[in-house]
Design a protein around this ligand. Sequence first.
Ligand SMILES: [Fe+2]
Ligand SMILES: [Fe+2]
Length: 298
Amino acid sequence: MPLRFLHCSDIHLLSLRGVGPHRFINKRLTGGVNLLLKRGKHHDEALFDRMVEHARALAVDRVVITGDLTNLALEQEFEHVVAKLEGVGLPITIIPGNHDAYTRGSMRTRRFEIMLGQYMDGERGAGDEAYYPFVQRFGEVALIGVSTAHASLPLYAVGTVGAAQLERLDEILARLDAEGLARVVLIHHPVMPGVAKRRHDLLDIDAFGQVIARRGAELILHGHEHVAIEGTIPGPREPVPVHGVSSGTNLSQHPGREAAFCVYRIEGRSIERDVHRWDGEDFRLVEGPSAAPAGAIG
Ligand SMILES: [Fe+2]
Ligand SMILES: [Fe+2]
C-alpha cells in the first residue's frame, strides 16, 4: 500500500486572542510581539485553510507539518492550533520548530508535547527525555519525527538535535532499514550545510550528517527557512534526497518564497512528488508527475 501525504511547514498560525498584557512583561515576549505583528502582515491563515481544502480534494492519507505551527509558543496559540488541526478532518503528523519552543517556560512545561502530542503518537523510548525521535509506521513507510526545537537568544533561531537523540536516531534508522521500510525523516531545520542563514542554523548539522551518512534514509523533509530548498546529503549507498518546503502561509510572491505544499506518494522505496505553489489566488500544481502534460510520460 502506498502512502500519500501532504507536506507543509511553518504555518505560523496567529492568535493573540485572550492574551493578557502580563504575558508581554517578559522582554523576550515583547520582542516576540513585534515580530509577530510584522509576521501578521506576511502570513495569512486563509492559505492554510485553502491548503486543507486541497488536501481533502486530493484525498491524501495524511498531512505532515514540519514545525513552526505557532509564533511565540503561548498557550493561546496552541489552543488555536489545536482547534485548527481538529478541523482538518485528516490524520496529521507534526514535529516542533523553534517557534514552538520560543521561551524557556514553554520548553520547561513541554507545552508543545502536552497540547499537541496526539499528532506525534508512535513508537518512542521511555520517559520525556526520549520523546524524540518518534516513529510512525504506515505499511512499508516510516515517518521519523526529530526535534531540533529549543529556546534561543533574541535574534537567534538555531536548533540542536543533541547527542542522545542522534544516538537513538542512528539505532532507529539501522533497525528500520533492516526491516526494509522507506524511512522519511522529519526535521525542522535544514540539514544541508550552507543553506540556513547565520544564527538560524542547525548547530549539530555535522553530527546529524554523520548519522545519515552511516545509516541512510530514503527522504528528509524540513522547513524553517521559508524558502524552497532541494538537494541531497551523503548516505551509505546513495545520496539522500532533502526537500525543504517554503512556509505554507506566506503571502510573498518572491520566487522560491511563495507558500507551497508538496504531495508525496511513497510505495516501496519509490518516491514521487507533486509541488503546489501559491500564485496569489490559489495553490496550483506546478511540478511533478501529476503536472506532466499528457503524452509526456512514457
Ligand atoms: Fe518558520
Ligand atoms: Fe523555524
